[in-house]
Design a protein around this ligand. Structure first.
Ligand code: SF4
Length: 703
């Protein structure tokens, strides 16, 4: 690594969907340092604790997988093999299963951290050539309720606004989100805006008093699962107060009358009782929204990860629609994406029910367009297995082989022992990974070492539809390869044409071409345009010359068949697991400030461990007293599915009857009792199939 040419290049943070610009400096030894990119429109030089420590995760290669490994049968140990041997055998096994059991006997489970080009080739391989739609991603655990909500209300999976709306808004409704910890750079922009304009109003709805509440003018500390009731109550008050945009509702939306009927079924007193909030606070929140010239609703997992996640999304989007706060500066329903490239993955169709460019799998015309373009096999009309369904299918023996890329389902899936059992029963498991840490490796028949951030080039799309280029700065260690190259090599071993891409840029060109004429048309883009502009917002059709499309729906025309936005009169019931005498508490899970997902990167950085060093149970003092638990005591949190043992953090920041455990921790040595998903529920939203991570019934006792 000595005597390399020092370089300084721009790239994008690989953690959250904010998508901050980063300058990477490489020294003569090949080590890198990072700083915020002052010229980047998203972060303007700022980075949060995770972003500013990213270089440690690249420079420390002590945990990296360096060469392919394989075992010839389940009783043999893994051994080092060549890339050709690993991919030849994988191709032979896949062909055997596909011939014997059909294309749906194999599946790919990938990640919202994959680059767009990687997503594209995996999706093309399984849907266009293998002939199955069995590709799903950990974005299913994250954004799929928001995707369905947008599609049902606006006709397209599309965030209408942009981050620059933050400085133009005068009222924010932040619900089911803690941006102070989970989207810190956006939060700093909101903080700065509020500091300069103290009159702007911030409303936060959350059962926990998080750091985001520190700036809240109104904190609606609602009972978990009651978001729809709250949103309906606010909607009712907006109507009663005359704060509805009648022109918008009459001429650019449909469904208002049915909506009115449903929200007037509950009185404000009833709603306040169900939500467990003082009704005066709901009245105040509705007044702030009603008085706003620019109103942004911001949400994330608190709404998405729910048994009724899609309905929660729709009930919130309704507030923007009835007030006409959409498609104009400082306004809009803005879903904060969890992962850095969940949106890019969907653009190429990387979910089991999608086709490229948000085409619809069940639409024969869409299938035909893609089939013709790819020139492979017939695309199956049957939606593939979703994230949780894949592991159920492994348990049932229906799925024979699974290929896991850049994600650790043995920490992140709900009721995680189902996934563990599934991997034990799988006939063939391929794990494509950069780190030797994930538990999935224990079940792998083939391990493929992958390059990571700064070791490969590609693109990602952040929460505001901004496509950014990520530079390659250093060589990957050992024999690790970029994920897209691994997939293309495998596809060729399978005998498929159409994977002879010269480089990542060529993959991008093909993807861009396939979007032409769709709502997310980026046919005017290629690597050189993205690099010249640094980043652009889609759509970006041919002939476009600027930085893309800042806001959608500015002409109040939507992508629905009627071209009107749809106000959905959703019921306000919650179908989560019900607490009872044996399991009286509601458990909700979530992130902490300085860790990311399952910690395979942030867990390597000492500085990031200082903030919170171990998992914990946040519990209200009244509940702790009743259960004879003191601060720092080890507690046993049990559900109908399993058990977690973590230290109590007694705090009045959480609502009585509710407890919280962070999602990040998995096994420590051989102890998996920190793992929150030992106890979480397998209930999923019926439309989005997103799991109910934010609500399960548990008991809490002293150890
Ligand atoms: Fe990275 Fe998100 Fe932090 Fe920005 S806010 S530096 S994208 S983790």
């Amino acid at each position: 690594m000595n005597n390399q040419h020092p370089v300084s290049v721009t790239t994008t943070c690989s953690y959250c969907g904010v998508g901050c610009g980063i300058v990477v400096n490489k020294d003569k030894k090949g080590n890198i340092t990072v700083e915020g990119d002052k010229n980047h429109p998203v972060n303007k030089g700022m980075l949060c604790s995770k972003g500013m420590n990213l270089h440690y995760t690249v420079n420390d290669r002590s945990d990296r997988l360096l060469y392919p490994q394989m075992r010839y049968n389940k009783n043999m140990p893994l051994q080092r093999v060549s890339w050709d041997d690993a991919l030849d055998r994988t191709a032979a096994v896949f062909k055997t299963f596909i011939d014997k059991y059909g294309p749906d006997s194999v599946a790919f489970y990938v990640s919202g951290q994959c680059l767009t080009e990687e997503y594209y080739v995996i999706n093309k391989l399984i849907k266009g050539f293998i002939g199955s739609n069995n590709i799903d991603t950990n974005s299913r655990l994250c954004m799929s309720s928001a995707v369905a909500g947008y599609k049902m209300a606006l006709g397209e999976d599309s965030v209408p606004g942009c981050y620059d709306d933050i400085e133009l808004a005068d009222c924010f409704f932040i619900t089911g989100a803690n941006p102070a910890w989970c989207h810190p750079i956006l939060w700093r922009r909101i903080e700065a805006h509020k500091a300069a304009n103290p009159h702007i109003k911030i409303i936060v709805a959350d059962p926990r008093k998080t750091d985001t509440c520190s700036l809240a003018d109104v904190h609606l500390q609602l009972n978990p699962g009651t978001d729809i009731t709250l949103n309906h109550a606010i909607g009712r008050l907006l109507i009663e107060n005359g704060d509805v945009d009648l022109d918008f509702v009459k001429n650019h939306a449909e469904g208002f009358e049915q909506y009115k009927k449903i929200i007037f079924q509950r009185t404000l007193d009833e709603a306040a009782g169900i939500c467990g909030i003082d009704k005066a606070l709901i009245i105040l929140a509705a007044q702030h929204i009603g008085n706003a010239k620019g109103f942004m609703s911001l949400w994330t997992m608190g709404l998405n990860q729910s048994a009724v996640g899609v309905n929660k999304n729709l009930s919130l989007i309704n507030l923007n629609l009835i007030t006409g706060h959409i498609g104009k500066p400082g306004s809009g329903p803005f879903s904060l994406t969890g992962q850095p490239n969940a949106m890019g993955g969907r653009e190429v169709g990387g979910l089991s029910n999608l086709l490229p460019a948000h085409r619809v799998l069940t639409n024969p015309k869409h299938r035909e367009e893609v089939e013709k373009f790819w020139g492979g096999t017939q695309i199956s009309p049957k939606p593939g297995l979703t994230a949780t369904e894949m592991f159920d299918a492994l348990n049932e023996g229906k799925l024979k082989a699974i290929w896991i890329i850049c994600t650790n389902p043995l920490i992140s899936l709900p009721n995680v022992r189902v996934a563990e059992e599934g991997l034990k029963k799988a006939k063939f498991v391929v794990v494509q990974e950069m780190s030797n840490k994930p538990e999935t490796l224990k079940y792998a028949d083939v391990i493929l070492p992958a390059a990571t951030w700064t070791e490969k080039e590609g693109t990602m799309t952040n929460s505001e539809r901004r496509i950014a280029y990520l530079n390659k700065v250093v060589d990957a260690p050992g024999e690790a390869l970029p994920d897209a190259e691994i997939i293309c090599r495998f596809a060729k071993k399978m005998g498929y044409h159409g994977f002879d891409f010269e480089n990542a840029s060529a993959i991008y060109d093909e993807h861009a071409q396939l979007t032409e004429g769709t709502n997310i048309d980026i046919s005017g883009l290629n690597y050189s345009t993205i690099k010249n502009r640094r980043s652009v917002q889609w759509p970006y059709p041919k002939g476009e010359t600027g930085h893309g499309t800042v806001r959608l729906f500015t002409d109040k025309t939507f992508y629905t068949p009627s071209a009107r936005a749809i106000i959905h009169p959703v019921p306000d019931e919650n179908t989560s697991e019900k607490p009872n005498g044996d399991f009286p508490f509601i458990l909700t899970t979530g992130r902490i400030r300085d860790q990311w997902h399952t910690m395979s990167k942030t867990g390597k950085v000492n500085k990031l461990k200082q903030h919170i060093q171990q998992s914990f149970l946040e519990i209200h003092p009244d509940d702790a007293r009743r259960m004879h638990i003191k601060d720092g005591d080890i507690t046993v949190v049990s559900s109908r599915r399993g058990e977690v043992q973590v230290k109590a953090q007694v705090s009045n920041t959480i609502k009585p009857g509710v407890v919280f455990i962070p999602m990040h921790w998995g096994k420590i040595l051989n102890n998996d009792l920190n793992r929150a998903n030992n106890v979480t529920s397998t209930i999923v939203d019926p439309i989005s199939k997103e799991p109910d991570f934010k609500f399960c019934a548990v008991q809490v006792t002293p150890y």
